[in-house]
Structures are given as structure tokens and as C-alpha cells.
Design a protein around this ligand. Sequence first.
Ligand code: GLN
Length: 487
Amino acid sequence: MDLHTLSVAALQKQLRSGSVSAVEALDALESRISIVDPKVGGYLSHSTHQARKEATAADLSKPLGGIPIAIKDVINVTGEGCSAASKILKGYTATYDATVIRKLREAGAIPFGRLNMDEFAMGSSTENSAYQLTRNPWDFSRIPGGSSGGSAAVVAADEAYASLGSDTGGSIRQPAALCGCVGLKPTYGRVSRFGLIAFASSLDQIGPFTKTVEDSALLLNALAGKDPMDSTSVDLPSDNYTRLLGQDLKGIRIGMPKEYFIEGIDPQVDKAVRDAIRHYEALGAEIVEVSLPHTEYAVAVYYIVATAEASANLARFDGVRYGHRADNVQNLLDHYTRTRSEGFGEEVKRRIILGTYVLSSGYYDAYYLRAQKVRTLIRQDFTRAFEKVDALICPTSPEVAFRIGDRSDDPLKMYLADIFTIAANLAGNCGISIPCGFANVESKRLPIGLQLLGKPFEEAKLLQIAHAYEQSTPWHRERPDLSSSGL
Ligand code: GLN
């Protein structure tokens, strides 16, 4: 049996029945990584020593007992590097576990490996990593999406049973869509961000990449909950996110936001999503048209709010306490300037400059304050829509994976990749991307993602709706044929 192809739920069964040991589950990943990762480039590093110790001692009676979970390089794991794929944090070793890591360990899981990403999670293609390219397992000449491109690619290529990523404007959902796996962005406040290197604190959420919706629910069971170390995490009674899986969709109302079905969407994406909507009708859900009238401002608002917050969050990387430090500096100012010029990549510098500009006196009212007001209008759009429906349905990304290098010199075009995902971060609600078909492009099959957006803190229902589609369609069972991709 090809152990590495298993879902978390299937592996859990094998482990509990005793037919497989946690060390074997880890070994299966190791050998898969050694075969495919030289080409995929999803892992920045993966040290087996500690993971093996944990696998040997794994308590299989725990919910995720003995299951290795791969981690985006922006989440701190004690003793492991944590560079956010930036040169400025090269050589930095985490001194503590992020709360999500502590929680994974409490559930018996084994944090394993460091996954490539866009530097400081800024990007949509993982091309902004200071270290390496990650390739889309469905076509190695294409990007895996971003910023959590490594997290998506390793799950799609069966080099991880599941992984963690972060989503500030779509960085879980968009790469999941482009790589053909399941990516869940929980509601803002559902999962603690303590130990996540902050990008834009009013938008960042951590969530899982998995092969199935059920796995996504299993991981959220472990990750969710109030954390005194993150004051934005919300104190709600703990939910069981698998509780509604398998229930039918009678009485469920799903909204089709008319602003999300616009010109410019790849026709194959548009068709797959419309087919999915008809499929939902056949499953008994009622589809209604809704309007999110301020959608057209979402990209502009996001790139003001996110860059403003990033410019403040990234001020701490000054070469004094950790990471890169410039040599032979003349004085303190020279130290800061040279350290940051050398340490940050081009996109990160662009965002810091943009963010500093929109916060500066004279421009604050015109940009930042106005963006915050429009953000409120965007949030109200969602609140109104959710009075009528249980979930919203739309494409995750307007297009399938593009070629490496295609957008590198056109940041604006790259920013438009987020058009359908960022509003959920601005509003704070939960969202998921699930596979809904393939586009045929130049003799390759490229995955298409369906996005479902849920009401704040109603992940259980969102997962129910996603699961009903997944279980009655074949898409999630499809795997890239890596041998035909040049391996
Ligand atoms: N692609 C978006 C950006 O570049 C979103 C990134 C994210 O969600 N971390 O900012």
C-alpha cells in the first residue's frame, strides 16, 4: 500500500488498528519527499531526528496521534528554523512553539518540516521566496499559488498527509485551488495566531491544507479555541467540526454573489463553478442570487490595510535581536538601513513603502482611514447576505495556475489573483476551497477550486456543505501523475 497517499482519517484508522506504526507513516513521507521534492520544492527543510523521536513515543489514542503535519515556514516550532522565506530571518531558530503547534502536539500530531512560501506571506505564487521555487505538481512549469504554495504543493504531491498555512488575503484558499486540495481559512478569532510571524494582524488566520474535507474538520478540532496569548482569539464553547458531516443539504440556502461572476474569469473556471452550483441544486440546496455591492473596492482596501499593518509589523526586523545583520556598519542608522535593504526582498520592500506612505501624515485620512470605512461597508455586505443564506459560492481564483515568471514584473496583475478571496479576510468570515474540476490547458489538466464562504464561527456548517459536494463528485480523488510531469 502507498502509505503516503492516505488521508489523515485513513492513516488514523491504520495507526489505530496497528497495521501501521507512526514511524512507518513518517518513513513513507521521507521516501516520497526524497523522490518528488527535488522537483516540487515544497520543503525548505525537514529534519527527521526530532520527528522520529516523537513518532516512536506517539500516543495513538489521541485524536491525531502519530500523524505528521507539515508546517509553513511562518509558524514557530521550537528548535526549528523559522525564516518566513526571508533572508532577514536566515539562521533564526524558534525558541518556542506557536499555540497551533502546542495544540497539534496535545492532539498527538507531529509537526514535521518547514514549507516554502512567499516571503513574509506576501504574494500569490510563492515566487517571492528568498530561497527556492515551488512548482505546481500538476505542471512543473507553473506556480502552486501563494503565499502558502509549499503547504498546498506537498499535500497535492502526497509528500504530506496534511499541512498548516496562513491566510491574510487568500493564501490558504488560492494555493489549495491551484494545486487541487482542500484549504480552510477559519473565522478571524477562531484559531490563535500566537507564534505566527505577523503580516497583517487584523486579517491573518492559520488553517489546514488537507486531501479531504473530513481531514480539514479533524485538524480544526485540534487547532480551534481561545488562547490567552492572542487577545483576538474568541472565547466560544468548543465545537466538534465533524458533527454535521454527512448530513444532507435540505433547507440549506447558498448565495451566488452576482459581483463574483464577472467578465475576465477563465471560461473553464466559470463553467466548472456553474456546474458545481447546479450540482448543489441537485443535492437539495436552494441557490439564490445575492449582492455584495462593495466587492469592487476590496482589492484596493486590502492593499492599503494589509500594507499599513505590514509596515508596522515588519519594523521589528532591524538586525538587532535576530536574523540578518549587515557587516561593517558606520552608525546605527546605517545599520538599520543596510540590514533591511539587504534582508528584505523586492515585494516586501514595496509593501513596507506602500504601507508607510498610506499611514504618513497628510495621507492617512485620504487612504488608511477611508480604507477602514470601506472595509466596514464590505463587512456589512456580508452580514446582509448572510441574513438570507447559509453560505456563499464562487470561484476561489479567477484563473488556473499560471506559468512561473508570467506575472513577476507586474505586481498589479498579481494582486488581482486575490480578487475573490480577500473580502472574506476583510469581513472576517470563514472560507474553504475544494476541488471542483479541471481545466485543459496545453495538454495538461489543471485543478479548479470552488470557494464556499461561511458565516462567522459557523465552520461546522461550512464543512457540511463542502463535504456534501466533495463526497458526491470525483475531483478530490484525482492525483497529479508526477511521472508524466518529468519525474
Ligand atoms: N496574495 C495576497 C498578498 O499578496 C494574500 C497573501 C496572504 O494571504 N498571505 O498579500
